[in-house]
Design a protein around this ligand. Structure first.
Ligand code: HEM
Ligand code: MTE
Length: 467
């Protein structure tokens, strides 16, 4: 039996690039897979996601690896073992409000650790129509609340001062189960491109503050009708949601949507307890969250505690003083949040997930891939792709599930194959068109706004073609 040198996880973590060699661990074994990266059937970029760390969290997402020949192949690259003292990292024992946050997938691109905000790497974002729960982007404003499902109750304020208090068991048994495949997108998706024009305030999201899941739960409409509300209400009303996560002053995360959307059977607004057939994960609102299809993610309140109907919008900071769009001429001295409506339905959006900016792609047939989506259930009818900075265009092939027009809650994935010649510099662009023939603006500057929201200009990726 060969004796291998022992390494700590920290030592393994220093090997994350071809120059430093690319190491990964599996169980207690350490492998130098630098020479395998280019041979990987799933692509070199995928292996690099695990560089310096454990393979298991990634392999758990791709069952092709649970075959004996994969482990045999890996064995050829063994260079060491983890030292026996290397226990799994200890949880933070200090009095930190975030110490109770759940463990997360190491593949996520973290924009902020506390509160936790992270997006799936672009390489995996559009690999699947449904985003695996572990990779679904996470947008938390506060620590993740710890909820005991047996004592959990949802409070629904009914008309005339009556209220419903529903346990999870009652929610499941009193109302029919309803499932919806819907994409959630944060208002700040692609903010990093906006801050390149001029600095903005907010987390620097790349193209991944968007993900898609099959949500299971009960219709908000059914719960509101059961609480005593009727389909029609005179005048303008709002359905307000409160989460169990609260800030230091005790104010919960909150948001609201118009009453008409909440009771419309065609709007498919859910109180979801399931995500992709699994119990809702803690980061995504366990045990119950709102899912408002076609609407900015901020209204899909997680860890839902209370639902109320009100003649005014939610008083929450996140409804009244954030998540609104402004003219490029408005700055922090002149902004008046009362003058702009809260973002609800989002505009048409698309982005290129492959290739990545700055990549060197091989000559021959290039495959360009990405996602496209529009708010309000407007289906994506076309995605145009240019390889020459917008001089000429081709139409991409839409893949994934065909939507019901007007209720296209989920993104479309798309692909385009084109021949490319060695030495060329490509400026790849994508732009989507929705069922109302809405299009994306060609540049960022005219839609720049101080909070960096609604960033949906043509997505541009520069690459070079190598031999
Ligand atoms: C496919 C090995 C890391 C994603 C495969 C296959 C092998 C393999 C042998 C082909 C399996 C078959 O079809 O029978 C490895 C090894 C790795 C590694 C040795 C570590 C050094 C990763 C990582 C990811 C990944 C970190 C994801 C982040 C994939 C995907 C496929 C694949 C998506 C399927 C490709 C396709 O069906 O076209 N891998 N893999 N792999 N791998 Fe890996
Ligand atoms: N709900 C609560 N209770 N607390 C939050 O911080 N963030 C909102 C929304 N619901 C938030 C919330 C925002 S801004 C977005 S974009 C979505 O949740 C993100 O949902 P996800 O983390 O499941 O992707």
């Amino acid at each position: 039996v060969p004796r291998y040198p022992l390494y700590t996880r920290e030592e393994v973590g220093r090997h994350r690039s071809p120059q430093d060699r690319i190491w990964v661990t599996h169980g207690t074994e350490v492998f130098d897979v630098t020479d395998f990266v280019e041979l990987h059937p799933g692509g070199a970029d995928k292996v690099l996601l695990a560089a310096g760390g454990a393979l298991e969290p990634f392999w758990a997402l791709y069952a092709v690896h649970s075959q004996p020949h994969v482990l045999e192949l890996l064995r050829e690259y063994k260079v060491g073992e983890l030292s026996p003292e290397e226990a799994p990292p200890a949880p933070d024992a200090t009095r930190d409000p975030f110490a109770g946050d759940p463990p997360r997938h190491p593949g996520l691109r973290v924009n902020s650790q506390k509160p936790f905000n992270a997006e799936p790497p672009a390489e995996l974002l559009a690999e699947r129509f449904l985003t695996p729960n572990e990779l679904f982007f996470t947008r938390n404003h506060l620590p993740v609340p710890a909820v005991d499902p047996s004592s959990y109750r949802l409070r629904v304020e009914g008309p005339g001062g009556r209220a419903l208090s529903l346990s999870l068991a009652e929610l499941r048994s009193r109302f029919p189960k309803h499932e919806v495949t819907a994409t959630l997108q944060c208002a700040g998706n692609r903010r990093s491109e906006m801050s390149r024009v001029r600095p903005v305030k907010g987390l620097s999201w790349d193209i991944g503050a968007i993900s898609t899941a099959r949500w299971g739960g009960v219709r908000l409409r059914d719960v509101l009708l059961d609480a005593g509300f009727s389909e029609e209400r005179e005048g303008e009303w709002h359905v307000c949601f409160e989460g169990l996560d609260a800030d230091a002053a005790g104010a919960p995360y909150g948001a609201s949507i118009p009453y008409g959307r909440a009771v419309s059977p065609a709007a498919d607004v859910l109180l979801a307890y399931e995500m992709n057939g699994e119990e809702l994960p803690r980061d995504h609102g366990f045990p119950l969250r709102v899912v408002v299809p076609g609407v900015v993610g901020a209204r899909s309140v997680k860890w839902l505690q209370r639902v109320a109907v009100s003649p005014t919008e939610s008083p929450s900071h996140w409804q009244r003083n954030d998540y609104k769009g402004f003219s490029p001429c408005v700055d922090w001295d002149t902004v008046d949040y009362t003058t702009a409506p809260a973002i609800q339905e989002l505009p048409v959006q698309s982005a290129i997930t492959h290739p990545r900016p700055g990549a060197a792609v091989p000559e021959g047939e290039l495959t360009v891939k990405g996602y496209a989506w529009s708010g309000g259930g407007r289906e994506v009818v076309r995605v145009d792709v240019s390889l020459d900075g917008g001089r000429t265009w081709r139409v991409a092939r839409l893949t994934g599930e065909r939507p019901v027009p007007g209720r296209a809650w989920a993104w479309a994935l798309w692909e385009l194959q084109a021949p490319v010649t060695a030495g060329a510099e490509l400026e790849i662009i994508c732009k989507a068109v929705d069922g109302s023939y809405n299009v994306q603006p060609d540049t960022v500057a005219p839609i720049w706004n101080l909070r960096g929201v609604l960033s949906n200009a043509w997505h541009r990726v520069h690459v070079t073609v190598s031999r």
